[in-house]
Ligand binder design. Structure first.
Ligand SMILES: [Zn+2]
Length: 135
């Protein structure tokens, strides 16, 4: 389980990343902070595009930053969007699934206040398809 200090740190880092969100079309600003097994943290924001589909979610930005620097084992992610809770989209759930044990990986859903919810990836993506299905 995650201790309160790391939860606070991840939420703060997600809020910081959210401030860089490039969302001129939706005005839906999201930040995420991904905790690696070794304790390092990678953050990301959503990046929209005038052609729409090339845009990327905050969660995947964080994952791709981490993977591109050699990190492929993750423990948790905090997500801060609009309102109280911004759950990850289906694509981001699947991308996270590639690198984590769904029962163990924690998704911290935070907003602008002090309240947050924690769900496992297993809860958010039950009966998921992952690398072990191909073996
Ligand atoms: Zn997404």
């Amino acid at each position: 389980m995650l201790d309160a200090e790391i939860i606070d740190t991840l939420i703060r880092r997600a809020r910081d990343a959210r401030s860089f969100s490039y969302a001129p079309y939706s005005n839906f600003h999201v930040g995420a902070a991904l905790l690696c097994i070794d304790g390092s943290i990678y953050s990301g924001c959503n990046v929209e595009n005038a052609a729409y589909s090339p845009g990327n979610c905050a969660e995947r930005t964080a994952v791709f930053k981490a993977v591109s620097e050699g990190h492929t084992k993750f423990k948790a992610i905090a997500i801060v969007g609009e309102g109280d809770v911004t759950p990850p989209c289906g694509v981001c759930r699947q991308v996270l699934r590639e690198f984590v044990v769904p029962q163990d990986f924690q998704v911290i859903l935070a907003g602008h206040g002090s309240a947050y919810k924690i769900k496992s990836l297993e809860e958010l993506l039950p009966l998921s398809f992952g690398p072990d299905n191909l073996i």
